[in-house]
Design a binder for this molecule. Structure first.
Ligand SMILES: Cc1ncc(COP(=O)(O)O)c(C=O)c1O
Length: 371
């Protein structure tokens, strides 16, 4: 019998692990009295979205419904050849990794990470190495360190999130410009998950605008918060988009027509939703600011925008224990740092009513006081 290789073992490990964060939230989100575990906003209802009742459901369009193609062309200011419509940002990641990576290729992933972004390349047999985004450095991307990790791993691809999930920290245009230069010099691709980007899109450029080696992926799952619609996108270089589109044709043909039409209708009103989401983020961040100032034990990096943060627990508190006990004893759900690859932290999602956020913070405080 052949000895399993390291990537065979990893392949087995990750196919068993699945989406640990997603399972944690699915299992406990509805039963928890206070849910600060997930990263989105309250959803929307179909009855509030104007869609044609005579929509023909006979067959989806390869390449995506024209109404969605137009909406995305307008949003990103590019031609439809530079866009691929996918089943969520999740499929966008899968398709790009499949096109960019072969078995045993090096790949660089930020840590803390959103786990599917690392599990997919691992699953494909790539050798994933991590770029640490350190709490002490405000979770910033250190471009020099990135260059070293890329060279050391002989990496073909880098994946980042902007805003960073779990910390909510933005990668500014200066830094993204340097990353684009690095990608160009090394001949590598950079995938940037911008699912939270609209919280700061008036301040910064999209990743793909920095150069042909950078790709934006996104969806409406977090903002305005319609993750039940399995629609997302890739925006970037036309030649790569052509290859990805062909791969999608033979895996899923196209995404759900109904989801695409609903998504297009939401995008037409997106400015309104974005402003509302930013307002929620601003109000709730102010509440957390006050709470943080009142505590000596927990520390945080204040997010650049959005409704997630990744506070650090006092020394000696295990994040898994903390999150499990907080749920059991205080009915409050937050997500363990371990699920993002970093111990001693928890991710808090605060896209909720102000009263819920206040109550959640109160209970987190009580848990810490009694620890
Ligand atoms: C960084 C990030 N990317 C992707 C997703 C999932 O995206 P989608 O629902 O569009 O597949 C999430 C959901 O939590 C996320 O946090």
């Amino acid at each position: 019998m052949e000895t399993p290789t390291n990537s065979d073992r990893l392949h087995e490990h990750f196919s068993k692990r699945g989406f640990i964060l997603g399972r944690w939230i699915t299992e406990h989100g509805d039963s928890a009295e206070i849910n600060l575990g997930s990263s989105g906003l309250h959803g929307m209802e179909l009855k509030d979205i104007p869609i044609p009742k005579d929509l023909q459901l006979g067959g989806g369009m390869m390449g995506g419904d024209p109404s969605l193609q137009e909406a995305l062309e307008e949003t990103f200011g590019v031609d439809r050849d530079n866009i691929v419509i996918t089943a969520g940002a999740t499929e966008a990641n899968l398709l790009l990794c499949t096109v960019f990576l072969k078995r045993n290729d090096g790949m660089v992933m930020e840590r803390p990470y959103y786990s599917p972004l690392v599990d997919v390349p691992e699953h494909l047999g790539a050798g994933v190495v991590f770029l640490e985004r350190n709490f002490e450095k405000g979770f910033a991307v250190d471009v020099e360190a990135l260059g070293n990790v890329v060279s050391g791993a002989g990496a073909k691809q880098v994946t980042l999130t902007n805003l960073h999930n779990p910390s909510g920290v933005a990668i500014d245009d200066g830094t993204m410009g340097q990353i684009a230069e690095l990608a160009n010099n090394k001949g590598i691709h950079v995938v940037v998950d911008e699912i939270f980007f609209d919280y700061v899109s008036d301040r910064y450029k999209h990743a793909f605008e920095h150069g042909d080696n950078l790709f934006t992926i996104g969806s409406l799952s977090k903002l305005p918060g319609v993750g039940g619609l399995r629609v997302g996108w890739i925006v970037g270089d036309k030649a790569v988009c052509d290859r990805v589109r062909k791969l999608k044709e033979v895996t899923t043909i196209c995404s759900s027509l109904l989801d695409e039409v609903v998504t297009a209708a939401i995008i037409r009103d997106n400015k309104k939703y974005i402003l509302k989401a930013r307002d929620t983020a601003k109000k709730n961040t102010a509440i957390i600011d006050k709470w943080m100032a009142s505590r000596k034990d927990v520390q945080w990096v204040r997010p650049s925008g959005g409704v997630v943060a990744f506070p650090r627990l006092p020394d000696g508190i295990d994040d898994l224990d903390f999150c499990k006990r907080l749920l059991k004893e205080k009915g409050t759900l937050v997500s363990p740092g371990t699920y993002f690859g970093v111990k001693g932290h928890f991710r808090m999602g605060f896209g909720k009513e102000e009263s819920v956020v206040k109550k959640g913070l109160e209970r987190i405080g009580q848990m810490l006081d009694g620890w």
